[in-house]
Design a protein around this ligand. Structure first.
Ligand SMILES: [Zn+2]
Length: 387
């Protein structure tokens, strides 16, 4: 009996110790928070199953069609680019008010003429234009001159810009000697100089969201995306450079070529830190940002994003990236309304709702088409207002 009591006493002391340890530690808090330490009694939903309906009642303004015609600077049509492909894309454009698509598929030089022919033979001639890719594999001494010469030929053949330079540039592409091709490798300088001389923009995607380089734990904002896509995990430093290493290479390249028109895909992955992007815009008047696939970042900081778009209205270009016609209206709604707390279209990008940033018409026009027309010589201008 004594022994039992002793055991009970021990447990009593232990549970007392446990309770003491759970006493509120926040200054000023005198009792534990409601539900602190509780666990759900019901079976918990899996991460993709919990979609609570919002009971918030506020004005809604759906925007199926952009207020002004739009140039999509970051368009990825089907790779085959048959006449049918162009027609299928073209059929989707008018209802959304898309006036012009820039094919940023990094089309190889050999694919340029067939693609231009397909556009010319389609019902949407003048509604799609071609950028061209660069073959950056196995760069070694003399490669820069060769790639530059090819670029010049491609521009003569009808390419209006370079792009998209994919994230593999910097992340994975190797030089002939087996080392990683750094973004600011001086061997490529002749290429960038050629682009500057030809006054064509270079549309460049560098790295990926910074969270893709961070530990894959439950604090990672992109956990679900990383769980879905093994090839977006760049945590292994023996295989991949860090996010900041890639940014540093990119920034050195931009600084070294002030005469190139640089367009950073996805706002350079700084839409979650617009002050950083603003400092880059301030430093480099030749730098632009394309806003595809980072809508979730503007939509969660409507006041900051609004002020940023107004301040840098000459430096931001519309682009969508993945061509899903039903996703464009989310962009129109964020840019054109002040709606609150509405759904985003992709759960693995963001677990939060969006807010409109209500841009003035003058800013919308620049972002939607005028900036693209200004920085990309020879874009077809038909259908875009003169001011
Ligand atoms: Zn892209």
């Amino acid at each position: 009996m004594n022994r039992l009591l002793a055991v009970a006493a021990t447990f009593g002391i232990l549970s007392l110790a446990l309770v003491t340890a759970q006493q509120p530690s926040t200054p000023g808090q005198v009792v534990r928070r409601p539900a602190e330490g509780r666990e759900p009694e019901l079976q918990q939903p899996r991460i993709r199953e919990y979609h609570p309906r919002s009971t918030l009642v506020v004005p809604e303004h759906k925007v199926p069609k952009a207020k002004f015609p739009v140039i999509d600077f970051h368009h990825h049509p089907p790779r085959s680019m048959s006449v049918e492909d162009v027609n299928r894309v073209g059929d989707e454009m008018a209802p959304l008010n898309l006036g012009l698509m820039i094919n940023a598929n990094a089309t190889p030089s050999s694919g340029l003429k067939p693609a231009l022919d397909a556009i010319a033979a389609s019902r949407y001639k003048g509604r799609m234009v071609m950028f061209v890719g660069l073959d950056l594999r196995n760069v070694g001494p003399g490669s820069g001159q060769k790639i530059a010469a090819q670029l010049e030929a491609d521009v003569k053949a009808g390419a209006l810009g370079v792009g998209e330079l994919m994230k593999s540039f910097g992340l994975t592409i190797k030089k002939a000697d087996g080392s990683r091709l750094k973004i600011d490798d001086p061997e490529l300088d002749p290429v960038w100089q050629t682009a500057a001389r030809l006054k064509i923009p270079i549309f460049m995607h560098t790295a990926d969201p910074s969270e893709f380089f961070q530990p894959l734990d439950y604090r990672n904002e992109r956990w679900l995306e990383l769980a879905l896509y093994p090839d977006r995990r760049y945590q292994d430093r023996s295989r991949f450079p860090s996010f900041e290493e890639l940014m540093a290479e990119r920034d050195r390249l931009i600084a070294r070529h002030p005469n190139v028109t640089w367009v950073l895909a996805h706002m350079g992955w700084h839409a979650n830190d617009l002050a950083r992007l603003g400092r880059m815009f301030d430093r480099h008047p030749n730098l632009y940002g394309e806003l595809g696939a980072v809508l979730y970042d503007f939509g969660r900081q409507p006041r900051t994003a609004h002020d940023f778009f107004v301040k840098y209205q000459d430096r931001i270009l519309f682009g969508k990236d993945s061509f899903q016609p039903d996703e464009y209206p989310y962009y129109w709604r964020v840019f054109e309304t002040n709606d609150e707390y509405f759904d985003y279209y992709r759960d693995y990008h963001a677990f939060w709702k969006l807010y409109g940033i209500g841009l003035p018409d003058a800013v919308l026009k620049k972002v939607y088409y005028a900036n693209a027309l200004r920085i990309t010589p020879n874009l077809p201008r038909a259908g875009f207002p003169a001011n």
